[in-house]
Design a binder for this molecule. Structure first.
Ligand code: HXC
Length: 257
């Protein structure tokens, strides 16, 4: 399928996806959503893809949902037709996703960042949930994910005032995994993804699922879930290979089995 608003290319076993509407700061219209959902679902099915990097273009990761598109919508479009429901499918991507954030990640852009697993931010990046200034509130999980990630105090501050955070504050708050110089952003993101791509895929997928589960369940339930996943990996050849390689002081050769 050819896409209008995104581009994608393989770098070894890493899929690099770029949101490509720089003239409107990569505003996330429904076409972007549909195309990202389609591309990420295809990547999940494709054994050649072992990790994904999502980035923007120009001076933004994404400056939010497309305000021009939303402006004329009514309650039946937003709620009845579940126009933005595709983002839940995007968030359900099973393979590891790294957000490489250069410039603005605002509103829906910040919410997409929070659906990714690792967030690398350029030192120039800016994050925020400015929806309140438009007479709305975050609608792609922002109030929920932000509160879990940065805590109530900071989430209330950001959601109620609409102010922006720079990369340093976002890292201190727990929204960003690492800050890198702007000119190294993509290289660092691709290198991080390549590292993950080199590991056994069952272990990688389960590790992601286990960390995600921590956001949903009690500690004892989460620990039990982790223990079951941990045990199940001892039924894989890759566990035998990984441990044998360590003992024999050589590099492991994983087969995803
Ligand atoms: C549509 C947008 C846009 C957006 C920017 N543009 N953000 N178009 N939707 N979210 C367009 C501008 O209209 C402008 O088009 C061009 O991109 C460049 O933007 P400027 O404003 O001229 O750039 P600058 O002065 O550098 O300011 C950058 C900015 C500002 C601070 C990021 O653009 C801004 O405040 N944008 C809106 C941010 C926002 O409110 N996001 C939340 C959206 S609501 P022209 O044609 O004039 O060149 C949301 C809800 C999610 O995300 C929930 C959905 C379910």
């Amino acid at each position: 399928m050819s896409y209008e608003t995104i581009t994608s290319e393989m770098h070894g076993a890493v899929l690099l996806v770029r949101i490509d509407r720089p003239k409107v700061l990569n505003a996330l219209n429904t076409t972007v959503m549909r195309e990202l959902v389609d591309r990420f679902a295809a990547a999940d099915r494709d054994p050649a893809v072992r990790a994904i990097v999502l980035t923007g273009s120009g001076k933004a990761f994404a400056a939010g949902a497309d305000i021009s598109e939303m402006a004329g919508m009514g309650f039946p479009d937003i709620y009845g037709a579940d126009t933005f429901g595709g983002w839940d499918r995007f968030a359900a991507t099973r393979k590891p996703v790294i957000a490489a954030v250069g410039g603005y990640a605002l509103g829906g852009g910040c919410e997409v960042v929070m659906m990714c697993d690792i967030v690398l931010a350029a030192d120039t990046a800016k994050f925020g949930q400015p929806e309140i200034k438009l007479g709305i509130l975050p609608g792609m999980g922002g109030t929920q994910r932000l509160t879990r990630l940065v805590g109530r105090a900071k989430a209330m501050d950001l959601v109620l005032t609409g102010r922006l955070m720079d990369a340093a504050e976002a890292e201190r708050a727990g929204l960003v995994s690492r800050i890198v110089p702007a000119d190294r952003l993509l290289d660092e993101a691709l290198a991080t993804a390549a590292t993950i791509a080199g590991y056994s895929q069952p272990a990688t997928l389960m590790a992601k699922e286990a960390v995600q589960r921590a956001e949903e369940v009690s500690l004892s339930e989460g620990v039990r879930f982790e223990r079951r996943l941990f045990g199940s990996l001892f039924a894989t050849r890759d566990q035998k290979e990984g441990m044998a390689a360590f003992v024999e002081k050589r590099k492991p050769s994983f087969e995803d089995r």
